[in-house]
Design a binder for this molecule. Structure first.
Ligand code: ZN
Length: 597
């Protein structure tokens, strides 16, 4: 992302959802040149005056109240739980970062970030989580032993809106409370009605819409709040925290994180709430819980706009067919995997949010390759060339009289060398200049150019307009736009020409038995994960016929065998099983371009 990109924030501004979403979006966007917010017009949203107050840290704000149907580079959705159609359909193919999202977009946004912990389960886990983007309090209370007798000053804050009216309920009970406490009650900017003090109650003070609540938290011995940002802010300010929640959902979240909280029974006897609280405090585990939480809290701070500037914003649209709203498979810190739900496609694809440049440098073929395979690419040349002969045999089986071959991603040319030995006019294409230089200097009769496939011009490069065979060995998965590659390959092939490619098999033994691990270790530059089913559909749509698969990369040792069967299941039986079920971790595809040769 860069400074000129257009970013649209879609925060919740609905009454009942609190002011927190809007506030933090305002905070995050305040460093951007313009702060664009989409807040659909509606009876239940905050008034223009309230919006103005909540977003007061933004100097160049642009609040869009009607349909934001222009082109945006990124959407930041902070709307608690969002339905599919809350976002106009035109926005569905734009990169979306969803924050603490619990609705439809949790499984459909490109990237999900949880600021506060949630209950989502592993399959719905976020790409990243943690409080580090929040501006936590700088002032801290001195550490020391705490006890219930030491509590005097209590802050009561239930957000800018407090839709459940908890502040007033506690205020009503405060008067009845026997202890020596004095209470400061925060009245947020969007309270439905002003707080009403009981007459003659010297123990309570009302604080109206404080500018910077988090920076006064350390003045208090105890903060009463519900599950949310204030609770974490109070912890980081070193203040004791006790939660009184408006819903069982909030209770479940509090228990998951480990906050001390009031038993839900309090609702039946609101006036006795503080006596209940006293009992809870006297149990003693309260201070222990707070201490453990504080110790486990990661208080490191990261700058949101700086993080954003390093992010590659990618839409969750299928890179093959353009299908939208696809199903999430898994999220990892810097990547998300989706499967296209189109019956004509079904591709598994990766969105990479941290793209690296220049990964196919000379070092790739020497150091990185050696790390993976124990020898450099050139030391492995003869071995790869031999496998090239068996690939050429597979091509011959398609019985096409072929003369010329283009190898895309040819590296140092072992396959080209095999093809030339078989009498084919052989041309190579690779982004690595070192590899192409090597071919042109050392492999007789073979020509190669160093250019990205996207800008490859066969007339200019080789003075020819088409090829009889085009091969891509472990290359197709590296393209961000495989649809373009297939279209272009099809156009470059002579009628009846042959496409030959190899790629990791998403349905091999590794991908089938432990998909989570398989996707996790799938390289960050593999944008698509192919399998037979999706490959057949995609190649048919791209204009190919007579599609043949050759499964390779068998790893029978990866098949888990339970104890009683281990003795009888020797390696050759397991190999037979993996071949029967085509469980190889890689596969080759051969297909013929439709049309007469
Ligand atoms: Zn698709």
């Amino acid at each position: 992302m860069n400074n000129t990109d257009k970013i649209l924030f879609i925060p919740s501004a609905r009454k009942g959802n609190g002011t927190g979403h809007l506030k933090r979006c305002a905070f995050w966007s305040s460093e951007l040149p313009v702060q664009n917010f989409y807040i659909p017009d509606g009876e239940d949203s905050f008034s223009p005056e309230e919006l103005e107050l909540i977003t007061s840290c933004c100097s160049q704000k642009n609040i869009i109240r009607k349909y934001p149907g222009e082109r945006w580079d990124l959407i930041i959705l902070d709307n608690r739980s969002t339905t599919a159609d809350y976002l106009p359909a035109e926005l569905h193919d734009i990169p979306i970062i969803a924050i603490d999202e619990a609705g439809y977009w949790r499984r459909h946004a490109s990237f999900v970030m949880d600021i506060l912990p949630g209950i989502y389960g592993e399959k719905n886990s976020a790409n990243r989580s943690g409080l580090s983007f929040m501006d936590l309090p700088q002032s801290r209370r001195a550490a020391g032993s705490r006890s219930s007798e030491g509590i005097r000053n209590v802050l009561i804050s239930f957000g800018g809106e407090d839709p459940a009216g908890l502040t007033q309920k506690i205020m009503d009970s405060f008067f009845l409370h026997q202890s020596e406490w004095s209470g400061t009650f925060v009245q947020g900017p969007s309270f439905h009605q002003d707080l009403k003090e009981k007459e003659n109650c010297p123990k309570s003070i009302i604080l109206k819409s404080p500018d910077n609540l988090k920076n006064i938290l350390h003045h208090y011995d105890l903060v009463l709040t519900s599950f949310g940002l204030t609770a974490f802010e109070a912890l980081s300010a070193g203040t004791e925290v006790f939660l009184i929640n408006p819903s069982e959902y909030h209770d479940r979240l509090s228990v998951k994180v480990g906050f001390p909280l009031l038993n839900k029974g309090w609702k039946k006897k609101a006036s006795l709430m503080l006596q209940e609280l006293d009992k809870a405090l006297l149990k003693g585990s309260f201070f222990e819980q707070n201490k453990n939480l504080r110790d486990s809290l990661d208080l490191s701070h990261e700058n949101f706009s700086e993080w954003l500037s390093k992010l590659t914003a990618v839409s969750s649209t299928c890179p093959v067919c353009g299908g939208r709203n696809n199903q999430l498979l898994r999220r990892y810190e810097n990547k998300s995997y989706f499967r296209c739900h189109s019956k004509k496609c079904g591709m598994v694809y990766m969105l990479n949010f941290r793209e690296k440049q220049d990964i196919y440098s000379t070092a790739y073929f020497f150091e990185d390759y050696k790390k993976q395979y124990g020898k450099t690419y050139l030391q492995d040349f003869e071995h790869i060339k031999q496998s090239g002969f068996s690939r050429l045999k597979n091509i011959e089986k398609l019985q096409f009289h072929h003369k010329s071959l283009l190898d895309i991603g040819c590296a140092f040319g072992p396959f080209l060398s095999a093809a030339a030995d078989k009498g084919l006019e052989s041309y190579g294409l690779d982004v690595s200049e070192a590899a192409v230089d090597y071919i042109n200097k050392n492999l007789k009769g073979i020509r190669a150019v160093s250019t990205p496939f996207e800008s490859f011009n066969p007339e200019e490069a080789f003075n020819c307009s088409g090829f009889d065979i085009i091969s891509l060995w472990y290359v197709i998965e590296h393209f961000r736009d495989p649809a373009f590659v297939l279209r272009r390959v099809c156009a470059l092939l002579n009628a009846g020409g042959i496409l030959a490619l190899s790629t990791p098999n998403g349905r091999g033994v590794s991908g089938t038995l432990n998909r989570k691990h398989f996707l996790e270790i799938s390289p960050d530059d593999h944008y698509t994960v192919w399998d037979r089913n999706s490959a057949r559909k995609i190649l048919t749509n791209a204009g190919f016929t007579r599609i043949r698969f050759v499964t390779t990369g068998y790893h029978p040792e990866r098949i888990p065998v339970k104890l009683p069967f281990r003795k009888i299941m020797n390696k050759s039986i397991l190999l037979w099983i993996s071949k029967l079920f085509r469980l190889g971790d890689t596969f080759e595809i051969y297909a013929v371009k439709k049309g007469k040769s």
